[in-house]
Design a protein around this ligand. Structure first.
Ligand code: SF4
Length: 360
């Protein structure tokens, strides 16, 4: 997959983050705190940063929320995007507060004079605008003409794009989201024939943690496998940190990004004599802080485990009362079952410390 040719897209920059133009597909999320509560919002963004979120969007429903953006921006380390609906004054306030990007549909903020004012402020500070069209909120005229089709999403996005282009503004990225995988895919394919702005991809309102992760993996996975997508958000009815986790798992499975551990664990079978599900979860939790890409195996039996997981950097294989700690298929030691996780973590940490030391 890593070899799939990606669609050519222009490069834009939000703060220090490059999107499009062949940059790595970036991972973003959105806070679900009340933006007016800057402390809570900052705390949530800090948690998102820790799990690898590279861009964060906050809702800006009113002037009080807009007034907190500067403080939030100064305190966090990733670029901040203000999500604005309808009110151009909020867009101006957000830019004034120093946000790195706007999510705003120019056709929804009123007269050409207002659009011009927002565009002028964006241009001056080099703040890109994401045009975001959702299947659920299409304008009536477009819907009457194209129904609920992928074409309707594309035409709607193009209307907004033209408004910005008319002002000579091209720091644009576009999202076309539907809660169904097929139409989303079709819409992005159509749009890719029309413009070369970077794409923000995702399946909107994908659902709760597990269902939403599956639906997003299928939808986003299909888009990426066609080379479509420059930045992505997994939308889940769950904590935003879960969105980032799922996003990386999708990107890692396609070989597009590397981050943290890749867990290889066996499905268990009649030979399993340990509580493998608990063991795998304990390992995942204990190594959640690791950022370096490492393949870790958790296998159910000592007979087949190390062999089956010979490509893993480190692994454990459970047996009856005892288990093996192995590295790339070679057994390092045999240990009582209840010491396996700890020994694995020690092994991984000393390996990483040696690596750091050697490269210093
Ligand atoms: S590693 Fe062992 S326990 Fe796990 S599925 Fe394979 S044979 Fe069964």
């Amino acid at each position: 997959m890593a070899d799939t040719e990606r669609r050519f897209s222009r490069k834009i920059k939000l703060g220090g983050l490059v999107i499009g133009g062949g940059a790595p597909v970036s991972v973003q999320s959105m806070t679900n705190t009340d933006t007016r509560d800057a402390e809570a919002t900052i705390a949530q963004i800090r948690r998102l940063e820790k799990v690898g979120c590279e861009l964060v969007r906050v809702a800006v429903p009113d002037a009080a929320a807009a007034a907190e953006l500067g403080r939030i921006r100064r305190t966090i380390s990733i670029p901040l995007v203000a999500d604005i609906h309808f009110d151009y004054r909020l867009a101006l306030a957000a830019i004034e507060q120093g946000v790195d990007g706007l999510r705003l549909n120019p056709g929804n903020i009123g007269s050409a004079v207002r659009v011009r004012e927002v565009v002028a402020a964006c241009r001056q500070r080099q703040v890109p605008i994401r045009i975001g069209v959702n299947g659920g909120s299409l304008d009536r005229e477009i819907q009457a003409r194209y129904g609920d089709s992928p074409r309707a999403l594309v035409e709607s996005a193009l209307q907004h794009v033209r408004i910005l282009e008319k002002e000579g503004f091209e720091l644009i990225k576009i999202s076309l989201k539907s809660s169904a995988v097929g139409p989303t895919l079709e819409a992005y394919r159509l749009l890719a024939e029309k413009v070369d702005y970077p794409f923000h991809i995702g399946i909107t309102e994908a659902g709760t943690r597990l269902r939403g992760a599956v639906k997003s993996a299928v939808g986003i996975g299909l888009l990426l496998s066609e080379g479509l997508g420059d930045t992505l958000r997994v939308s889940l009815t769950s904590a935003p940190e879960d969105e980032v986790f799922v996003a990386y798992e999708i990107l890692k499975s396609l070989g597009l990004r590397e981050r943290g551990i890749e867990l290889v664990s066996c499905p268990t079978c009649g030979r399993t004599e340990v509580q493998l599900i608990d063991l795998a979860e304990a390992v995942e939790k204990a190594l959640a802080h690791i950022r370096e890409p490492l393949k870790i195996a958790v296998m159910g039996c000592v007979v087949n485990g190390p062999g089956e997981a010979r490509h893993a950097d480190f692994g454990i294989a459970g047996g009856r009362g005892v288990g093996l700690l192995f590295r790339r298929g070679e057994v390092l030691r045999k240990l009582p079952e209840n010491q396996l996780v700890e020994a694995l973590v020690d092994e991984v940490e000393s390996f990483l410390a040696r690596k750091d030391h050697d490269s210093a």
